[in-house]
Design a protein around this ligand. Structure first.
Ligand code: NAP
Length: 477
């Protein structure tokens, strides 16, 4: 763990094992921290806050530029570590390192644009001045699916804003987190400004994060259930919260769209990270007249996807994170088939070529999916593409919005007015119009409804770590 500028063991020397999900082998033992270490880390961040927050924006920027450069220099080794620990194919891991580094660069630039403003008063002897100040000590909790970029997406804006931070990564990917913190250390971050607590049991650390009065802000990326629980606990002290939670993205192929292009797009976005992405399409709406050509192209693409260890050249489908995820995905597929869905391809755990030692699930296409099936409502964190046939385009918007989630949505159409109708009418925070990658460090990322509160990336990302202070100045002294 990295606390107060030192790499330390857990107080009682306890450790936990980290596994490679492609073969089940132990790759490392990392410190198993808990309440005591979380409190130490909060104390360090609290002490460092006045020093870090009083640095100029230019100094904080320069640190983030250095961290970005170091991350890009280490791209290959970081990608290899990620593939070994999280499982994604090496090319995807490289892309994630670049995406993660982008947040360091973006906020190195954005930190210089934290502006206040002056406001006219109705009184001639009065001026209003508004300034932005860092919220204080931030606690952050991150997931395993994007184990480096989800960290920089929080750490970079927090540090840019002048906050100090304590972060707990997912138990499945603490090594990726350690690598990011090594970079921050190498970039010369003063001690206590960023602290890392690794833990097998997240609860004691989470409790410190939601109840320690020195923490002003909690930022969380993960499942909606845990996000709601943390928000409830944090409400006790009215902490500021940002929540990036689950999703259930509709992927709409309008009647005027090119079904081949849409199928190619879907095959890329759906199976990215083996479907373990919060913005992964979960309901694919295809008009009955084009379903055959759409499914044919999709199946062709999916059948070419080679599952395996992400370090093997040509592999496109990595493992799921653990046994529980295999069971969850499989039970959703079984439930759909039992309720009348048709398996176009896949639908089983892969156990040949020694893949039985890892957590591999065949890329799967389900046709004739309906509302009655669990998969229509539950987030699927796996390589399953559920296709729903529609007849009437007028109902599409209503169907797509019929979910508690509101993170990402995708629309394929050739009509400008249809695109605008969906862009404006979909209750989701991120919309891809004929586009499967509507995300960037420069664009706000976040969800509506049960998909969360707040935005990451863009200028909105830094706002999450700032308080607004308004001053009324009388000219009469
Ligand atoms: P998760 O179970 O909610 O875990 C996320 C993080 O919360 C992990 O660090 C986890 O630690 C921690 N955690 C779990 N229980 C906790 C508790 N009681 N107190 C404090 N911390 C606790 O989610 P996941 O399965 O790792 O990640 C997948 C979910 O994240 C999906 O729903 C996905 O959609 C969502 N996600 C959302 C975004 C977004 O930007 N909206 C991005 C990526 C993922 P442990 O690992 O030790 O359990």
């Amino acid at each position: 763990m990295y606390i107060n500028g030192q790499w330390i063991e857990a107080k009682d020397k306890k450790k936990f094992s980290v596994l490679n999900p492609a073969n089940g082998k132990v790759i490392a033992q990392v410190p198993d921290g808990g309440e005591a270490e979380a409190i130490m880390a909060v104390a360090a961040a609290d002490k460092a806050f006045p020093i870090w927050s009083s640095r100029t924006a230019y100094k904080r920027s320069s640190f983030l530029y250095d961290a970005h450069r170091l991350m890009m220099e280490d791209l290959e080794s970081l990608a290899q570590i990620m593939t070994e620990e999280q499982g994604k194919p090496i090319q995807s891991a490289r892309n994630e390192v670049r995406y993660g580094a982008d947040f360091l660069l973006w906020f190195a630039e954005e930190v210089k644009r934290i502006y206040g403003r002056t406001i006219s008063s109705s009184r001639s002897d009065q001026r209003f001045i508004v300034i932005k100040q860092p919220v204080g000590v931030v606690a952050a909790i991150t997931p395993w699916n994007y184990p480096m970029s989800m960290i920089t997406r929080k750490v970079a804006p927090a540090l840019a804003a002048g906050c100090t931070i304590v972060l707990k990564p997912a138990e499945a990917t603490p090594i990726c987190a350690m690598e990011i913190f090594k970079l921050l250390e190498k970039a010369g971050l003063p001690k206590g400004v960023a602290n890392l607590v690794t833990a097998l049991d997240p609860e004691p650390v989470g409790r410190v994060f939601t109840t320690d009065k020195r923490i002003q802000k909690l930022t969380f990326t993960g499942s909606t259930d845990i996000g709601k629980m943390l928000a409830r606990e944090a409400a006790g002290q009215m902490k500021r919260i940002s929540l990036e939670l689950g999703g259930h993205a509709p992927f709409i192929v309008c009647k005027d769209a090119d079904p081949i292009r849409a199928a190619k797009g879907l095959s890329l976005v759906k199976f990215l990270n083996t479907g373990q992405a919060c913005i992964s399409p979960n309901r694919i709406y295809v008009h009955s007249t084009m379903k055959e050509s759409f499914l044919k192209m999709l199946k062709e693409k999916v059948d070419l996807m080679i599952p395996g260890n992400g370090m093997t050249p040509g592999v496109k489908i990595g493992p799921l994170v653990n046994e529980a995820e295999i069971e969850k995905v499989n039970s959703q597929v079984k439930d759909a088939v039992n309720h009348g869905a048709t398996l176009v391809t896949g639908g089983f755990r892969i156990i040949d070529n020694e893949l039985d030692k890892g957590y591999f699930y065949a890329p799967t296409i389900l046709d004739n999916v309906t509302k009655e099936m669990r998969i229509y409502r539950e987030e699927t964190f796996g390589p399953v593409a559920p296709v729903i046939t529609y007849e009437d385009e007028d109902d599409l918007l209503k169907m797509a919005n019929d979910t508690d989630y509101g993170l990402a949505a995708y629309v394929y159409t050739k009509s400008y007015s249809t695109a605008m109708k969906f862009f404006e009418g979909l209750n989701f925070g991120i919309i891809g119009i004929n586009d499967i990658n509507p995300t960037s460090a420069a664009a706000p990322f976040g969800g509506m409804k049960m998909s969360g509160i707040g935005r990451e990336g863009a200028f909105e990302g830094i706002e999450e770590y700032l308080e607004t202070k308004s001053g009324g100045f009388s000219l009469n002294t």
